[in-house]
Design a protein around this ligand. Structure first.
Ligand code: EAX
Length: 325
């Protein structure tokens, strides 16, 4: 600026220089593990649109899909280290970063979507979001992945015994792995970006994911059997690097939080839509679907691991979630 005053620079140029610096646009990258046409894709596309609108274009969010910038654990690490600005991830890899969040991964903890959403939007979920900054991560909002179901290429799964001996891909999640071993599954933890090929080549027999992921990843092309076990509710979370967060003004922090809220609305609406359509769609593509699974039998099989989880998380904390209305 000083230059403008000291040397005779045409006023227009001066004004341009002034507004350009005042209006510098900051670009940030956000990465997800699933395709754009998905419950996560609509979320980050909405987030990007809302951030740009609410900051008058001063922030531009570049969106990356299908693990283009790495799978979920790598993305969380990248946001922690600052090599990536943002990610939307399931809680799959999170116990390795924010152990308190692992309580949400306990099988059959949530009754239905309304219960899960109420817990995450309520004091329990909001308190858990406050556990992230201590780990160099800022959590903007709880999104959703959905209730997870079992798929495999070997046989229909009606009862827990049908899972015995199946080599199943799991998320890199210690709670899931401990529970699935109780079913007699041979768990193979693996990044989601490797799952389609592993199923195609028969490295694993099956995997478990919500209907939104099964459809978005076209797993009907490599899996014959789907059982609606709904054995785990899978939350998701939108994370930003704490350095980028600290640089935001108070008004821009609010803009990012509001944009995340809109992203979650789009995310949940897409899941509701997928939940309505997916079974007919996947059947139409040749999958054999077991809809009425006796969940009580699966829960009963997990009784031994529930006492471990009670020791780890406190039965009172588990009951507080279970009984939340
Ligand atoms: O978050 O890894 C998984 O199975 C997740 O459900 C997937 O990456 C979406």
């Amino acid at each position: 600026m000083r230059v403008c005053r000291l040397v005779p620079v045409p006023a227009l140029l001066c004004a341009a220089a002034l507004s350009a610096s005042a209006w510098a646009q900051t670009a940030m990258k956000i990465n997800i593990s699933v395709a754009q046409n998905s419950h996560y894709g609509v979320a980050i596309d909405t987030f990007a649109k809302e951030v740009e609108a609410r900051t008058n274009g001063r922030y531009k969010i570049q969106t990356f899909y299908a693990g283009a910038l790495g799978a979920e654990r790598e993305s969380v690490e990248g946001v922690q280290l600052g090599t990536l600005d943002l990610t939307m991830t399931s809680t799959g890899p999170l116990p390795n970063f924010v152990p308190e969040v692992a309580i949400l991964d306990i099988p059959f903890l949530f009754r239905d979507y309304a219960h899960a959403r109420a817990v995450l939007d309520g004091p329990i979920g909001q308190d858990l979001l406050q556990k992230f900054p201590a780990k160099g991560l800022v959590a903007l909002a709880w999104g959703e992945n959905g209730f997870r179901h079992m798929t495999n290429s070997k046989r229909p799964v009606n009862v827990p015994d049908d899972l015995k001996g199946l080599k199943m891909r799991t998320m890199e999640n210690p709670i899931h792995i401990q529970a699935y071993k109780q079913f007699g599954i041979l768990p193979t933890p693996m990044a989601f970006t490797e799952v389609f090929t592993a199923l195609q080549q028969g490295t694993v027999d099956g995997q478990e994911n919500p209907l939104s992921v099964i459809t978005a990843a076209k797993l009907d092309q490599v899996q014959k059997n789907l059982s609606l076990t709904g054995h785990v509710y899978s939350p998701a979370v939108i994370l930003i690097n704490n350095g980028q967060w600290d640089k935001l003004s108070a008004a821009d922090k609010q803009a990012f939080l509001d944009a995340a809220k809109e992203a979650v609305k789009a995310n949940r609406a897409r899941i509701d839509d997928d939940e309505r359509k997916a079974v007919a769609d996947l059947r139409g593509k040749g999958m054999a679907v077991v809809e009425n699974v006796d969940k009580a039998k699966f829960q009963a099989t997990l009784a031994p691991v529930y006492s471990d989880f009670a020791k780890r998380f406190g039965q009172d904390n588990i009951d507080r979630i279970k009984n939340y209305k």
